[in-house]
Design a protein around this ligand. Structure first.
Ligand code: TEU
Length: 586
């Protein structure tokens, strides 16, 4: 522990800038808005801020389509404002990491404009161009070079009439994939990364970094997989580890002690994670795994939502805890800008109770379930990530018709399912409401004022946020939560503080208890002589603690509901709905 890297005790907070805070009052979040809310984050106690993309972008995928890696989109501000923000973050003792989106660029990036200008263009091979399938007319259905599918519905190939070839785009049609096999592409990316580090940023979150090395461009057989058809050819592809080690040598070597890197890696098994995060290999510090956030997907994938089986989740998280112990490092997350809201998805957001007029009860279960899940996540070994609004229990959104959705993924899916496959729009919308990424993307609800206090221009009637604020902002907002005697924010503060101050939380060995229990998530963390025990009832009914979870001698460390001692009537062997307790075993 003494010589462990700083990020092994750190907690990261993700900001989705367009929805965090609007400083200039145009309805769109920006850098001055972020700067105005830094004290909220410093109070929370987080160590690192991860900024989702703020670079110039046509915003087809909310900035994950980058047109210029070395600038700031004017909607967000200027480079000068960025430098000021970075300084303000550092002044408060926090660090700032950037989103690095280099599997693809925007189709408006100068590199791609040149690449698509002619087959003979100097940068033609910076992207992945292929002829139509032999004997087929380019642009006609089925003429794509392979049968690979996009993450955002439809084929992964985009026809370019002007030069008579297809380009690969695993995401939106405006997100052409870079050709990482070209050494000049890699050199350009590394130079850009050094430029940001020289400016003072503290590392990167690397978007779909495990997809950069494409294998063979061949048709594949349909397989049951959460990944799109074709993914086995490029997910954790043939040269990805070589490229990450090269990146490490070219960009991070000599200064990596101060930095942190996290790779976003959909479709990555534990065995690959062991390679990515093994510190002796010099690739990345940690990755985001996806298995656990796919456990409530049905046979038809994400748009076929199913109920989470708690036993499966426990088994999965325990496997990752064990599998990386002593040889790599875990990231810990249940929320980000691509996932529905935790408290609505796995907890009880209280909205049904509130609709029936029972606001108080609704708030109570929302508090309890949000904090129980937070405890389950934050007391594991790894680096926890908090997504904006999670720290005071923001919920999913009551979307109605398709016109309420903004995300390219949601809209493409709806179009394909309803128009091309003739699915019933009501079914498609029901699944979208539960699973859409838009749930996470409404403006942060700061207080009970107009538009939740998101925008500096809130009092002006002509200013509307780019996406409407969740209508529950008057009851669910940061100010109300922090003023409440049941504050989710305060519970997160204590979890973060525990990680900072207790080596058992940071480094203790994880051991899952009661793997088959349907309501209870229980585990111990042990370091040397000391053991912490977490018991969390992840259900809306009472839960009798099994003997393995009732040590004879234990001191309370943290609890989300009142301590049993404070309520003499309560039976200490029973966890109330959504109750979580942490004790030190004597
Ligand atoms: O996400 C990649 C990814 O695989 C998924 O999270 C994906 O967005 C979703 O699960 C599809 O169902 C990253 C970014 O986090 C996401 O916002 C971008 O849209 C995507 O890459 C493309 O850059």
């Amino acid at each position: 522990p003494a010589d462990a890297p700083w990020w092994t005790r750190a907690v990261v907070y993700q900001i989705y800038p367009r929805s965090f805070a609007d400083g200039d009052g145009d309805g769109f979040g920006d850098l001055t808005g972020i700067a105005s809310r830094l004290d909220h984050l410093a109070d929370l106690g987080v160590d690192v801020i991860w900024l989702s993309p703020i670079y110039p972008s046509p915003q087809h995928d909310n900035g994950y389509d980058i047109a210029d890696y070395q600038g700031i989109d004017p909607r967000f501000g200027t480079l000068e404002q960025f430098d000021q923000l970075l300084a303000a973050v550092h002044e408060r003792g926090m660090k700032l990491i950037m989103d690095l989106v280099v599997n693809h660029t925007s189709d408006e990036h100068a590199w791609f404009r040149e690449s698509r200008s002619a087959r003979t263009a100097a940068k033609r091979d910076w992207y992945i161009w292929r002829d139509p399938r032999p004997g087929c007319t380019g642009g006609s259905p089925g003429a794509e070079p392979t049968n690979w599918r996009s993450f955002f519905s439809g084929p992964a190939w985009q026809w370019d009439e002007a030069t008579g070839q297809y380009y690969l785009r695993l995401f939106a049609s405006q997100q052409p994939d870079l050709n990482w096999d070209h050494p000049d592409v890699r050199r350009a990316v590394y130079a850009m990364m050094r430029w940001w580090l020289d400016r003072g940023v503290d590392g990167f979150r690397m978007d779909v970094i495990n997809l950069i090395s494409k294998g063979a461009f061949v048709d594949v057989e349909p397989v049951a997989s959460p990944m799109p058809l074709g993914a086995e050819q490029y997910a954790n592809g043939p040269r990805v580890h070589e490229y990450l080690r090269e990146m490490h040598r070219e960009v991070f070597a000599g200064r990596d002690a101060e930095l942190m890197t996290v790779g976003e890696t959909p479709g990555t098994p534990l065995e690959q994670a062991q390679l990515y995060t093994d510190p002796t290999r010099g690739e990345v510090d940690m990755i985001f795994q996806f298995e656990h956030v796919g456990l409530d997907h049905g046979k038809g994938g994400k748009w076929d939502p199913a109920t989470l089986n708690l036993r499966h989740l426990k088994a999965n998280l325990a496997r990752w805890q064990d599998g990386l112990a002593g040889r790599g490092w875990n990231s810990l997350y249940l929320n980000n800008h691509d996932q529905p809201r935790l408290v609505s998805r796995f907890g009880d957001d209280g909205q049904a109770l509130e609709e029936r007029g029972d606001v108080e009860h609704g708030n109570r279960v929302r508090y309890a379930s949000a904090t129980a899940w937070a405890a389950v996540l934050h007391l594991q070994c790894g680096t926890p990530f908090i997504y904006q609004g999670e720290e005071f229990g923001m919920t999913n959104v009551p979307f109605s018709g398709i016109e309420d959705f903004h995300d390219v993924e949601a809209i493409n899916h709806y179009t394909e399912a309803v128009t091309a496959r003739g699915a019933d729009p009501r079914d498609v919308l029901a699944a979208l409401r539960l699973m859409t990424r838009d749930n996470a993307r409404t403006p942060v609800q700061w207080d009970a004022s107009v538009h939740g206090g998101f925008s500096a221009g809130s009092e002006r009637p002509d200013v509307t946020p780019w996406m409407p604020v969740n209508p529950n902002y008057a009851t669910i907002n940061a100010a109300a939560d922090r003023a409440s005697d049941r504050s989710i924010f305060r519970f997160y503060q204590r979890l973060i503080e525990l990680r900072h101050t207790d080596d058992v939380v940071a480094f203790g060995r994880f051991h899952l208890l009661e793997p088959d229990h349907e309501q209870l998530f229980a585990y111990t963390r042990t370091l040397g002589e000391r053991t912490l025990l977490l018991t969390a009832n992840l259900s809306g009914g009472p839960c009798v603690l099994p003997p393995s979870c009732r040590p004879a001698d234990a001191t309370p460390v943290l609890a989300n509901l009142a301590e049993p001692a404070a309520e003499p009537a309560a039976d200490p062997a029973v966890l109330q709905p959504w109750e979580a307790r942490v004790v030190e075993v004597r």
